[in-house]
Design a protein. Structure first.
Length: 292
């Protein structure tokens, strides 16, 4: 395991479990190259749009991004990708355009994201990873999205979202919803990446996680990428493993454990993900567990 991942103390949990098939992980992102050797045969399927989870344009940025995030979560163990929870079925909801250049794609709207969230919830996901960036102006007034996030919270879904890579400091409307756990990105030493968005909402209700990871890309290869998309997927994967071992815990308890109860929060920079501390907090509140 890389030093950056070891800093989160995720290694012991990964050694104990690959995740439970009862914990479905949702991913609102690009489509996935399901023919990649590290992803072939993985329990990956699509929800919603009817276009399927697989990439149609392998050279598109959407395919690259979706395949990279999928490798963090669902790749086979022993490869070059983090492969945090390959035992948890991955439900992909493609939302990004697959044009050859990102400039040819329309901006994802708040209403489109709201629909994607609702479809993932209806598909039964327990952890929903949103490694995507939407502009603040797009989300300035989004009642449909607020309603969808509330619907997800009411159905017991843990919502994890990338804080974004604009290097900004300030409020991001998506994170005003109390159900969303925002994730900022840091380097191997735990210092926030210069490109990671930060703010009061992120500092008070979010986490910091390593944002420079190596994972799968279309065509069978690997690439190192940096950003909050990678960091958010790391938190989602950790959540899925914790929930696999403590299936009786409600989403609120899992979220509370991840946020490290008792940790002082007085900064725009949130505390670093510490899986061992979160696991101890969750076990104390919900000792029932299963082994895999």
């Amino acid at each position: 395991m890389s030093p950056s991942l070891a800093a989160t103390r995720l290694d012991a949990l990964m050694a104990e479990t690959e995740g439970s098939p009862r914990v479905l992980v949702g991913m609102i992102d690009g489509p996935v190259d399901v023919t990649h050797p590290d992803l072939a045969g993985a329990p990956i399927s699509s929800v919603g749009t009817g276009t399927g989870a697989a990439c149609r344009v392998s050279g598109s940025e959407a395919c690259h991004h979706g395949t990279f995030v999928a490798g963090i979560l669902a790749a086979r163990r022993g490869g070059q990708a983090p492969a945090i929870c390959p035992g948890c079925p991955l439900r992909v909801r493609p939302i990004f355009c697959e044009a050859a250049t990102i400039d040819a794609c329309p901006v994802v709207t708040a209403d489109e994201l709201a629909q994607a969230v609702a479809e993932c919830v209806d598909a039964g996901v327990k952890v929903l990873n949103m490694s995507l960036g939407l502009t603040s102006s797009t989300l300035a007034d989004a009642p449909a999205l607020r309603e969808a996030l509330g619907y997800a919270a009411g159905r017991g879904v843990l919502l994890v979202a990338a804080a974004g890579n604009g290097g900004g400091i300030g409020p991001v409307p998506l994170f005003r919803h109390p159900a969303v756990l925002p994730v900022a990105a840091c380097d191997a030493a735990g210092r926030p990446l210069p490109t990671s968005n930060l703010g009061v909402g992120v500092g008070r209700g979010g986490l910091l996680a390593p944002g420079t990871l190596r994972s799968t890309v279309p065509g069978g290869g690997y690439r190192q990428m940096s950003g909050t998309s990678a960091a958010a997927a790391l938190v989602s994967g950790a959540a899925a493993l914790l929930w696999s071992l403590h299936p009786g815990a409600p989403a609120a308890a899992l979220r509370s454990a991840l946020l490290r109860p008792g940790t002082r929060r007085g900064s725009i920079v949130p505390p670093l993900l510490d899986v061992a501390q979160s696991r101890a907090a969750l076990a104390a509140a919900h000792p029932q567990r299963i082994a895999r």
